[in-house]
Write a protein that binds this ligand. Structure first.
Ligand SMILES: [Zn+2]
Length: 137
C-alpha cells in the first residue's frame, strides 16, 4: 500500500499550481478504509491563501467523508527530503491524529516519522475527538 501511496503523491505533484515559488509538492493520505486521496500545492498571489499539498490531500479526503487515517506521504520530487510545514503539522494533528508521515525523494530516500515525533507539542490535543463526534452527526 505504501508504494501506491507514494506513487499517488508523486502524481499529485504534477497537478501542483506553484507559479510563485515554483516549488511543486505532492501529497497523499491513506485512510483506514484503504482509500488514497491526493493533492498538489495550490498557490495564490496573496501568499497566505496558499494551500500546501498535505492539507489539500487531507481536505480532499475529509470532503469525501473520510475521518480516519493511517499515513500521509509527501514529496517535492527533488533529491532532498521535505517535511510538512508547521501549519500542516497542526492541521494533520487535529484532523488525522497519530499517523505516519512518509517523506521521500526522487532518488528513493524515504523517512517515516510518527506525527507526534514530528510535531511533539500540538495545540489542543483532544481535537480528534471533536472530528469523530462531528462525523456521527
Ligand atoms: Zn504546509
Amino acid at each position: 500500500m505504501n508504494k501506491e501511496l507514494l506513487e499517488s503523491a508523486k502524481q499529485a505533484r504534477k497537478q501542483a499550481y506553484a507559479p510563485y515559488s515554483r516549488h511543486h509538492v505532492g501529497a497523499a493520505v491513506l485512510t483506514k478504509s484503504g482509500k488514497i486521496y491526493s493533492s498538489g500545492n495550490v498557490e495564490n498571489g496573496c501568499y497566505a491563501l496558499t494551500i500546501c499539498a498535505e492539507r489539500g490531500a487531507l481536505y480532499h479526503a475529509i470532503a469525501n467523508g473520510e475521518f480516519e487515517f493511517e499515513a500521509l506521504a509527501v514529496t517535492n520530487g527533488s533529491a532532498e527530503l521535505i517535511t510538512p510545514c508547521g501549519v500542516c503539522r497542526q492541521v494533520l494533528w487535529e484532523l488525522a491524529g497519530e499517523i505516519d508521515v512518509i517523506m521521500f525523494t526522487s532518488r528513493g530516500k524515504k523517512v517515516v516519522m510518527n506525527l507526534s515525533k514530528l510535531y511533539p507539542k500540538p495545540y489542543k490535543k483532544k481535537s480528534k475527538k471533536r472530528l469523530l463526534k462531528h462525523r456521527k452527526k
